[in-house]
Write a protein that binds this ligand. Sequence first.
Ligand code: SF4
Length: 332
Amino acid sequence: MVQTAMAGPTDVIIEVAKVKKYFPVAKGFLTGRAKGNVKAVDGISFKIRRGQTYSLVGESGCGKTTTARMVLLVETPTSGVIKFNNRDLTNSHNMDRREYRTSVQAVFQDPWSSLNPRMRVGPIIMEPLLANRRLSKQEAQEQLETLLQDVGLHPFHADYYPHEFSGGQRQRIAIARSLALRPQVIVLDEPVSALDVSIRAQIMNLFKSLQQRYGMSYLLIAHNLATVRYMSHQVGVMYLGKLVEEAPTRELFTNPKHPYTRALISAALPSHPDIVRDEMVISGEVPSPLSPPSGCAFHPRCPFIMEQCRVQMPELRQVQPEHHVACHLADL
Ligand code: SF4
């Protein structure tokens, strides 16, 4: 199991500080007034360290994918700051953002979405590199062979089309493409959840060995806690757009403090070792982010609810070195 050391400021490659993303809801047909905002992400802060993996977990709709999209500059934060190597991206000029886009790449759940079925694998992998760098033919060929070998494919695979590969191999192609610009950070959005269980471990091991070889950082978005536990150095647990707990991986899984985190972990533990459970199952519905509950947003589902939970929102606060929790129980 990986462990985290205390990080100095230079160890941080991406800092997300008090970031919010609100989506306005369409105006009422009769009144013409905006109905309000969906608070997809509501003031979250975390740091991704150099050469490490930070994971965001939570049920569907908790805001983890919106957060990843902001880190990728696909969405603009409503407020807050995203820093890369201590430079504020939210107020940066185009050159900084262009440089950032080459330094931060992504691998998604479905490799089909990033692989053009009409292109051969070689040009697919090399496309980002050739769009950003001037290379001789021989340099390009050498780079392509290195990238294919990096992900466990052979040079002759460059001439094949994506449909000639298995799902796991297609994900390897997507990974090779994401590596082409030698990024400093890769956002992994559910990178193994569409794959057969039998090959998930291979792809996770590939991510880990690439991280060791090239020192990249990962922002991992995943709902499968086994994946998160295996891959991460630090984990942030999100609920209704907020971080409710954050800790180094081992600490989070052995000493979860927030009732939601505890419920996620116990729901992910199968009653029989042969049962493979992908979805998080917790009693009760996730409330609408359009009208979140008062006080602690988890209170309608929390078995430990107290009076103050209905009216007072708990702040995220430190309970151990590097372990933060937003729950009134932590105050007792
Ligand atoms: Fe449960 Fe209250 Fe803690 Fe919220 S603040 S998780 S309702 S105990």
